[in-house]
Write a protein that binds this ligand. Sequence first.
Ligand SMILES: C[S@@+](CC[C@H](N)C(=O)[O-])C[C@H]1O[C@@H](n2cnc3c(N)ncnc32)[C@H](O)[C@@H]1O
Length: 339
Amino acid sequence: MQTRDAQLLVLSALADGPMHGYALNAAIERIAGSRLGESSLYSALNRLRAKGFVEFAEEPGRRRPARLTAEGHAELARGRRAAREVFEAVAPEPGEYLRSAAASAAGRSYKEVVMERLELGPGLTVADLGCGAGADLAAMLAAGSAVIGVDIDPAMLARAAEAAGPDATALDLVHGDLHELPLPDASVDRARTDRVVQHVAEPGRVLAEAWRVLRPGGRLVMGEPDWDSLAIDHPERDLARRYARFVADRVVRNATIGRELPRLAAAVGFEVADVTPVTPVFRDRAAADAIFGFRRVTTRAVEAGYFVEPEAERWLDHLATGPFLAAMTMHVVTVVRPD
Ligand SMILES: C[S@@+](CC[C@H](N)C(=O)[O-])C[C@H]1O[C@@H](n2cnc3c(N)ncnc32)[C@H](O)[C@@H]1O
């Protein structure tokens, strides 16, 4: 742990009142999930004392509880503000976000499974349904297949065209809505979605359209999340549950689509060939924040009444300063249009 983090933890723990070493470390454990080593604790205390943020109360006997001075309270408020600034306040530009998400370890972990299940090769045509900024178009082209990227957002298609460059002659970028695909019946061998069906108005209709454009024997591979599985470690588990509930209830339209896809696909006539869950684990708070946007989403959770302000502060303080762990399951679902 960084020296500054240890000092902020000590200040946070002392905000509840004067404490001596053992009680202080127990309070730190409640905040951060683990105690500080004895030497880190006392070196943080001594540094804070040297800066005038902490003083030792004069009490009879050997136990001399530490307490915050007025400057210590002010430093704690400053530290908390700075800690929350660890997280992005403004959403990144969407194309940029999609490219960095695809390049992250979490993104690569399930995307590799999607690519494997697609079984691309020369002579095949694949439709990338909701291709976004084209994060995976190059990989599909490299497999030797002809690629059709479809997206409803012209700005995304422009980003995808720019990224592919003029030499990508086997690539066709098409503006269209997945509910009414601008592609002929039985015209592609493969199709895929990647975090797309979670956003559409009518997942059943999108699956029926995919079925229509696939040739008999063709396969659709979908990598879609189950936001109900979002697990973020926090000493106050109830806050983590409420945050995950807010995201699943209010942020993502079809939040549990990953687990629903086999049922929805079977209903339109697909055979379900495989379901592979992949659970990326995030231990780097900045990498997780790039995907989850903790500060922005927490602000919305307060507005929606899932947190009150002091809870939001405790939630973000720990995410910003404590050991970090978050995980969420992506389902890679492979379905086949029967011959
Ligand atoms: C999270 S992005 C994923 C992009 C891409 N699949 C990737 O892996 O980087 C979702 C994309 O789906 C597109 N999209 C959402 N609803 C759509 C619809 N009804 N028709 C076509 N595209 C849609 C969005 O414009 C966006 O580019």
